[in-house]
Each structure stands twice: as C-alpha cells, then as structure tokens.
Design a protein around this ligand. Structure first.
Ligand SMILES: [Zn+2]
Length: 228
C-alpha cells in the first residue's frame, strides 16, 4: 500500500509517498501495518544527498501488535525506496590461528555449523560439526601424506584415523572421539549416550589446536633447516 508521510529534511519539509511493508517481521503474517510515526531526515532533498528517514509501524494482528521500523531513501521529491534490514549480526567463530592453511573447508563448514547452532538448529549443527571434523582430519592427513591424497579422500574417516594417525596418538584419540560422537549426530540410533554436541565441539577444537601447532612446528623446522 502507498502511504504519504510528512518528512522534515534539512532544507525543507515535504510529503513523500512510501510503500508500506506487507509482512510483519515478528510474526511473519501478511497485514496492513498501523502507521505510528516517522523520523526527520538529517540530509537535504537535493540530488547529491541521499535523504534517509525511518517510519515506525505496528503489526495490526491483535495477538502480535509489535512495533518495527523501516528505513527509506528519498529517491526524488515524491517517493522513497525501502532499505532492506536483515538483523543478522556477524557471529564470531574462534578457531586456532593458521588452521585455515591446513583446511580452509573446515573453517567454512565449522563457521556454518556455528551459525546453525546460534539459530537453535541443533540437529543441523551436529551434522555440520561432524562434517567439518572430517575435512579437518582428512586435509591434515593429506598434508602429511600428499602422495596418498586420492586414497585418503575415498576411504571412511575411521579408516583414515586408524591407518594414518598412529604416529600421533593424541590427535588420533581426539579424532576417534570426534568420529564416534559425530556419527551419533548423523545417524538415527545414538550409540554413545552421555556425550553431546558440546563434547563434540570440545574435541574438534582440541584436535584443531594440535594440528595448528603441528603446522607451526613444521614451518619452524623448515625455517631452521634452511638457514643452516
Ligand atoms: Zn506481527
């Protein structure tokens, strides 16, 4: 619907025609919102400046009645376009430094799982963490055994852990724990009750610490052996 609102710009007061929102951002239903009020604009109406202002609405459904604000940009002297708001503050994911050099895909999937978890999508988050761990472990093993890359990619995670991580018993134990709890997140029947997504994350992060430290140590080795 069109609505005329009186806006005070810095240089003049004028009537601007806006499109009112058709959906309530709180309850998601289609409605004709109540117009509650509007802000002034700190800019001029001239072409060189974008005159921005906001309009306050209220959901018309009796069981919602929530307020919300829409921002508009003055296109010309008569009409304005809507600025899209999504309200998704970036989620900070804390991972060990340099881990993205071992497995960039791990960082990507782990971050997505964190977003899913923050949206209370716990089932999806669990599967995501499990998938992230698989990439981390396989990419790490590939970095140690580059000639076996295709083979490592094609075999099951459990076999990778058993066959390739024998020289790193602590990483092997962490990887095994991740694989076991992780499988419970993916499969219909849980086999390791008493361990949950928090344990899964804890083991993944510990494994990532070890792997990142190992990466740094390899760099140091390369550096010290090359300067002899
Ligand atoms: Zn509503």
């Amino acid at each position: 619907m069109k609505l005329n609102v009186e806006i005070y710009f810095r240089d003049m007061r004028t009537t601007v025609t806006i499109d009112t929102p058709s959906k309530c951002p709180h309850c998601g239903r289609t409605m004709s919102p109540l117009h509650v009020g509007q802000s002034t604009s700190s800019e001029r109406t001239s072409v060189s400046e974008e005159g921005r202002f906001s309009v306050i609405f209220r959901c018309s459904f009796e069981d919602c009645l929530k307020y919300f604000v829409i921002e508009y940009i003055n296109d010309n002297y008569e009409s304005a376009s809507t600025v899209n708001y999504t309200y998704r503050p970036p989620i900070k994911v804390k991972l060990p430094e340099n881990i993205e050099k071992v497995s960039p895909v791990f960082v990507e999937i782990y971050s997505q799982a964190t977003v899913a978890e923050s949206e209370a999508l716990n089932q999806i988050a669990g599967v995501g963490y499990r998938k992230a761990a698989e990439f981390l472990i396989k990419d790490y093993v590939i970095s140690k055994n580059p000639s076996d890359e295709e083979h490592i990619k094609s075999i099951m995670l459990g076999k990778v852990i058993a066959d390739y991580l024998n020289d790193f018993p602590k990483i092997q134990a962490l990887a095994k724990s991740v694989a076991w709890i992780g499988n419970d997140e993916t499969h219909y029947v849980r086999r390791h009750d008493g361990k949950d997504i928090e344990d899964l994350k804890k083991f993944i992060l510990s494994a990532a610490q070890f792997i990142a430290a190992d990466y740094d140590a390899d760099e140091a080795l390369l550096f010290t052996s090359s300067s002899d």
